[in-house]
Design a protein around this ligand. Structure first.
Ligand code: ADP
Length: 472
C-alpha cells in the first residue's frame, strides 16, 4: 500500500503546505488590491472635487464681474457643452429655493439637501455629497457653495466613467486573482511535494526495515539541506542499530559457547563417575568438580550482570571517600605472590595521599582484573609496574607490563564482552575482565585506554574523576 493511500490527502503535509501557501498568497493579494483600490478611488474623487470647485470659482468671478444674469446663461451653456447627462447647475436662494438651473430633465431625482444649506449658513464654505440615483444605479458628486453672500450654487457631476473604471478594475482583479490562486496552489503543491519527498524516502526505508531488511539505507542527495540531515542521521542510527545487533548476536554466541564448555564438563564427569566409579571417594570428587565448575559459571554470570548494571547505571555507585594510594598498594600486595610464582617482577610506584570519591569494591575489582591480566600475559622474567598520577580533578592509574602485547587489529575490540585475542587462548579466562574494568571507569566519570606493541608489552591507563558525577 503506498504512503499516499494510507494517509488521507487532507492530512498530508504537502496538502496543508499548499493550503497555507495559497491562503497567504490570496490574503496578501487582497490587501494589495484594497490598498490600490482605495488609493485610486480617492485620487479620482479628488480630481472630480477639483473640477467642481473650479466651476464654483469661475462662476463667482463671473457673478462679481457681470452679475447673476451672466451666470445663469453661462450655466446653461456650460452644461450643454459638457453634456446635459454629465453636469448640472442650480442657483439657490438662502432658503434653499432654486431660482435658475441648467437643463434638469436628466437630473429630476436630485433634490436640494436642506442639511447642506444649513451647514453653509452655519459657516461652512462648501459641502460635498455623493448621491446615488437608484433607478440608474448611478453616482453623482454634488457640491454646494456660495456664489455671493445671497446666492448658493449647487453643481453636480456624474461619476459614471469613474464607476465604470472601478467596475472594470474589480472585474480584472477577480479574473486575475482566480487564475493566480490556481497557479499558486499548483506551484505550492509542486514545491510541497518536492519538499516532503525526502521525508517519504525516509518513511519508505523505515517500512522496508520493519519488513526485516536492515541493510536498507536512505539515499542522501548531498544537497546539505534538512532532509539530507534527516537522512544522514537516520542512516547513522541504522548503522548503530546494525552494529549493536551484531554485538548482541556475537555476545549471545559467546555466552552459549562459554556456558556449553563447563556444562559439558560437568556432564562428562558425572557420566564417567556413574559408569565407572562406584566408591564414595569418586562420588566426592565428582561433587567437588561439579561445585568448582558451577562456581565458575556463577562467577561468569555474576560478572555479566555486574557489567550490565554498571553500564546502565542501575547499580548506583556507593560513593565513599577512598584512599586510592592504600587501595593500589593493597592490590599489589595481593598479587605479589602470584607474580613471584610466575617469575614476574611487580613494582608499585604510587605517591602518598591520593584520594577520591567512589565505590571501593568496584575499583578494587577493576585493579585486580588489570593486574591479573598484566601478570597473566607477561612471561617469566618480565615486569609489571603500576603508577599513579594526579591532575586537576582526575587521577590516572597506569599498569604497564612487558608481556606479549596486543596486535593493532585486536586493540579496538578487547573491551567488548567475551572478546579474547587468539594468542591468549591458552590462558584461563572468559573475556569479561576488561569489559568490567571499562564499565567501572566510566561509572566513575573516567575511561580506560591502552597502548601496546606486540611482544614488547602493554600499558593500560584508567582515568577516574576525583568526585564522579552522581547518577540521576
Ligand atoms: P580474559 O579473561 O581473557 O583475560 P579480559 O577481558 O580481561 O579477558 O581481556 C580480554 C583480552 O585482552 C584477553 O583475552 C587478552 O587477549 C587481552 N589482554 C588483556 N590484557 C592484556 C595484557 N596486559 N597483555 C596482553 N593482552 C591482554
Amino acid at each position: 500500500m503506498s504512503l499516499r493511500k494510507r494517509i488521507s490527502l487532507r492530512n498530508t503535509l504537502a496538502f496543508r503546505l499548499t493550503l497555507w501557501y495559497a491562503g497567504i498568497f490570496t490574503v496578501s493579494s487582497c490587501v494589495a488590491f484594497l490598498l490600490f483600490y482605495t488609493l485610486i478611488t480617492s485620487f479620482i474623487q479628488d480630481r472630480t472635487d477639483q473640477e467642481l470647485l473650479s466651476q464654483v470659482n469661475r462662476f463667482s468671478t463671473l457673478s462679481a464681474a457681470e452679475g447673476i444674469e451672466a451666470v445663469k446663461s453661462a450655466a446653461v451653456l456650460e452644461a450643454q457643452a459638457a453634456g446635459v447627462k454629465k453636469v448640472f447647475f442650480r442657483l439657490l436662494s438662502l432658503n434653499g429655493q432654486a431660482f435658475s438651473s441648467s437643463n434638469m430633465a436628466y437630473w429630476q431625482d436630485i433634490d436640494i439637501d436642506s442639511m447642506a444649506i444649513k451647514e453653509l449658513l452655519h459657516g461652512r464654505s462648501r459641502v460635498f455629497e455623493i448621491i446615488t440615483i437608484p433607478k440608474r444605479r448611478e453616482k453623482v458628486r454634488v457640491l454646494y457653495a456660495f456664489l455671493s453672500p445671497t446666492i448658493i450654487l449647487q453643481v453636480g457631476e456624474a461619476m459614471e466613467s469613474y464607476s465604470r473604471f472601478l467596475d472594470a478594475f474589480r472585474g480584472i482583479f477577480i479574473t486575475t486573482m482566480t487564475f493566480l490562486i490556481i497557479l499558486a496552489a499548483g506551484v505550492g503543491w509542486f514545491m510541497a511535494r518536492r519538499a516532503v519527498s525526502g521525508v517519504e524516502a525516509v518513511t519508505r526505508t523505515a517500512q522496508k526495515i520493519s519488513g526485516g531488511n536492515l541493510e536498507e539505507r536512505v539515499p542522501v542527495k548531498a544537497k546539505g539541506d534538512e532532509i539530507d540531515q534527516l537522512a544522514t542521521t537516520f542512516n547513522q542510527m541504522l548503522n548503530r542499530i546494525q552494529a549493536l545487533l551484531k554485538e548482541i548476536k556475537e555476545m549471545s554466541d559467546n555466552i552459549a559457547h562459554d556456558l556449553r564448555s563447563p556444562i559439558t564438563r560437568i556432564r562428562g564427569i558425572a557420566e564417567v563417575t556413574l559408569s565407572a566409579g562406584k566408591s564414595l571417594n569418586e562420588y566426592e570428587a565428582m561433587a567437588a568438580s561439579t561445585v568448582e565448575e558451577c562456581d565458575r559459571l556463577l562467577d561468569m554470570i555474576n560478572t555479566m550482570l555486574l557489567i550490565s548494571k554498571t553500564e546502565a547505571g542501575v547499580d548506583r555507585l556507593i560513593r565513599e571517600e577512598i584512599d586510592l594510594t592504600a587501595l593500589v598498594r593493597k592490590a599489589c600486595e595481593l598479587f605479589e605472590p602470584a607474580a613471584e610464582d610466575k617469575g614476574v617482577n611487580l613494582a608499585c610506584s604510587v605517591p602518598n595521599g591520593s584520594r577520591l570519591v567512589g565505590d571501593t569494591r568496584m575499583i578494587q575489582r577493576m585493579l585486580s582484573n588489570l593486574l591479573d591480566n598484566a601478570i597473566k600475559y607477561t612471561p617469566s622474567g618480565g615486569s609489571v609496574s603500576i603508577f599513579l598520577l594526579e591532575n586537576d580533578g582526575q587521577v590516572a592509574v597506569s599498569i604497564r607490563d612487558t608481556g606479549i602485547g596486543l596486535l593493532p587489529s585486536d586493540l579496538p575490540r578487547i573491551f567488548e564482552r567475551f572478546y579474547r585475542c587468539d594468542q591468549s587462548r591458552s590462558q584461563a579466562g572468559i573475556g569479561l575482565g576488561l569489559s568490567l574494568a571499562r564499565a567501572v571507569a566510566r561509572a566513575h566519570g573516567g575511561d580506560i585506554t591502552v597502548v601496546s606493541t606486540p611482544n614488547q608489552g602493554s600499558t593500560f591507563t584508567v582515568t577516574l574523576q576525583k568526585s564522579p558525577p552522581s547518577h540521576s
